[in-house]
Ligand binder design. Structure first.
Ligand SMILES: NC(=O)C1=CN([C@@H]2O[C@H](COP(=O)(O)OP(=O)(O)OC[C@H]3O[C@@H](n4cnc5c(N)ncnc54)[C@H](O)[C@@H]3O)[C@@H](O)[C@H]2O)[C@@H](O)CC1
Ligand SMILES: [K+]
Length: 522
């Protein structure tokens, strides 16, 4: 089977659109629901005309369909747990057996523990039910994990951990229903042990744990199946987090206009250092490629000749020897500022960052522009404003937001840490990684899932920071600019494939932009 992750196609515009009179609000296909929200929808479904049994039948049918689309008939062992996830497993077992597959079912917990729809699904399975244990996996050509769903209520105990290890060591591919057992759908964490799946089929909407690591890696390919959840059962849900997608920001994407000119497309100013000169150049090129009309690199005088010789369409100007920025900031048309790539930790860096912030313009702070405040984060955090975007990786984030016992609200999973940091700083925070989280001070939060592993290479962060600055210069609001740049960065990398260097990324942005234009009908 293919390991290609599959995500649901959007069925239209995504925002969580306001309802027309008399019509239920439509939940964005990119909304990520917490397990508690999903359970609330399950409970609300019968009153909206769709019984739990019908949902379970549709869930089981979706899983059986996905399995049959990927594997040829092989001996299947379905491991069922005590709740509705186990109920789905019984439905899958019956459907695969009816399709002629050799199927065995093993139950973890007593038959008496099964309730309601799950008990009825078990009744409809006419074959034998073995006790779940390592022995039951012998001869399996495919294992269906229907032990536990997304709402993990506690860490797996010893017997469940042993079963999980047995699944992972059985050597057969695994299809997980809803989540790989042991993964907490709320946050992507797995306290104790978790099944490693090759395919995960979830229902209705994805959960944050499908996108956040380590959950994302445990899922294998991910399919979100439509099981006919009635819109009315979803209408009261207010999603706290979305998967990154152009539907969330394409309406404010700053495409060049026929009546535009370069100043209308904005002027990004990148302040560079005198070491790692390539970093600021990468940022400049990305800013220009993604949409800024003009880009200027302000550089220490010692680096001017090298930078000017290496750049063509990007303007290069020398800062005074003391690094003062008043002259370079005097032109108000320089409407988006970036500092950090290649800045180094020289003593003047802090002053430069604070001077840029004091200008009150859209501003991206990356890398050393963050790290130079490691010993006094409040000096930075108190100077931030609502048009700032911070782009820390985990190490830089920890230096700013977890410096001591008084760090407010920055514990917890990646999403909550990013959100707390955005609130504390009053700025957009892009907490980078394979599962980049973008958080706004007003509570909006997006998880990105299109970044290939090849982006883990020197300089790719500089390109991202430049991309955000370019979109800010072109007039995009900070949160949307961050989401769009992260998405385009991931797409550009994906199109390049293996072997990419950061210097390839700016040149791949036109292709990514063309794909975006195609997707959004621009
Ligand atoms: N979301 C949907 O739209 C639908 C969901 N369905 C299925 O329903 C499932 C959710 O059903 P349930 O709420 O019954 O959840 P589960 O099937 O995960 O079962 C919950 C039970 O497992 C126990 N449990 C949780 N963590 C445990 C641990 N670490 N060790 C031991 N026991 C643990 C709980 O105490 C509870 O008794 C979903 O995963 C999905 O498979 C479908 O049947 C129908 C539609
Ligand atoms: K499962």
């Amino acid at each position: 089977m293919s390991a290609r992750p599959s995500v649901p196609e959007p069925s239209g515009r995504a925002g969580d659109t306001p309802p027309r009179a008399g019509a239920p609000a439509r939940l964005s296909p990119h909304a990520l629901l917490s397990p508690a929200q999903m359970a609330a929808a399950d409970r609300a479904a019968p009153a909206a005309g769709v019984s739990g049994a019908r949902l379970m039948a549709a869930a089981g049918a979706a899983v059986a369909r996905e399995i049959r689309a990927r594997w040829t008939p092989t001996p299947v062992v379905v491991l069922c747990g005590p709740g509705n996830n186990g109920g789905d497993g019984f439905v899958v077992a019956r459907l695969l057996r009816d399709a002629g597959w050799p199927v065995r079912v093993a139950l973890w917990g007593g038959r008496d523990a099964l309730r309601a729809d799950a008990a009825r699904a078990a009744d409809a399975w006419s074959g034998p039910v073995e006790p779940a244990g390592s022995g039951c996996l012998a001869g399996a050509g495919l294992i269906v994990d229907a032990l536990l769903g997304a709402g993990l209520s506690r860490a797996p105990d010893e017997t469940l951990r042993a079963l999980i290890h047995a699944v992972n060591e059985a050597g057969a591919p695994v299809c997980a229903i809803d989540v790989p057992t042991g993964l907490d759908g709320a946050d992507g964490r797995c306290p104790g042990a978790a099944v490693q799946a090759d395919l995960t089929v979830t229902f209705c909407r994805r959960k944050p744990g499908h996108l956040l690591l380590p959950g994302r890696a445990l899922c294998g390919a991910l399919v979100c199946a439509d099981i006919g959840m009635p819109a009315a059962a979803l209408e009261r849900l207010v999603p706290e987090v979305h998967a990154n997608h152009p539907d969330l920001w394409s309406d404010v994407f700053p495409w060049p206009r026929a009546d535009g000119h370069k100043y209308r497309r904005g002027h990004a100013l990148v302040v560079g250092g005198d070491r790692m000169l390539g970093a600021s150049r990468l940022a400049c090129l990305a800013a220009a490629r993604i949409g800024a009309g003009l880009v200027t690199l302000a550089t220490p005088p010692a680096a001017w000749a090298i930078q000017a010789g290496a750049l063509t369409s990007v303007m290069v100007e020398a800062l005074p020897p003391d690094g003062a920025l008043d002259q370079t900031l005097a032109d108000p048309r320089r409407n988006a500022l970036l500092i950090g790539p290649g800045l180094g930790r020289a003593p003047g860096g802090r002053g430069q960052v604070l001077a840029l912030l004091a200008a009150g313009r859209a501003c991206v702070l990356d890398a050393d522009a963050l790290s130079v405040f490691a010993d006094r984060p409040a000096a930075l955090l108190d100077a931030l404003h609502g048009r700032c975007v911070l782009t820390p990786h985990e190490g830089e984030f920890a230096r700013l937001f977890n410096p001591g016992p008084d760090a407010a609200g920055t514990a917890g999973d990646k999403r909550h840490r990013a959100c707390a940091a955005a609130r504390r700083g009053g700025a957009v925070v892009v907490l980078k990684g394979a599962d980049t989280v973008i958080a706004a001070p007003d509570g909006r939060c997006v998880i990105n899932d299109n970044a290939p592993a090849t982006l883990a290479t020197a300089g790719s962060g500089d390109v991202l920071a430049g991309g955000i600055a370019g979109l800010l210069a072109a007039g995009m609001p900070p949160f949307e600019a961050a989401c769009a740049a992260v998405w385009l960065h991931g797409l550009a990398a994906g199109r390049l494939g293996p072997g990419l260097l950061a210097e390839d990324l700016p040149g791949a942005l036109p292709g990514a932009l063309a794909a975006l234009a195609g997707l959004t009908g621009t």
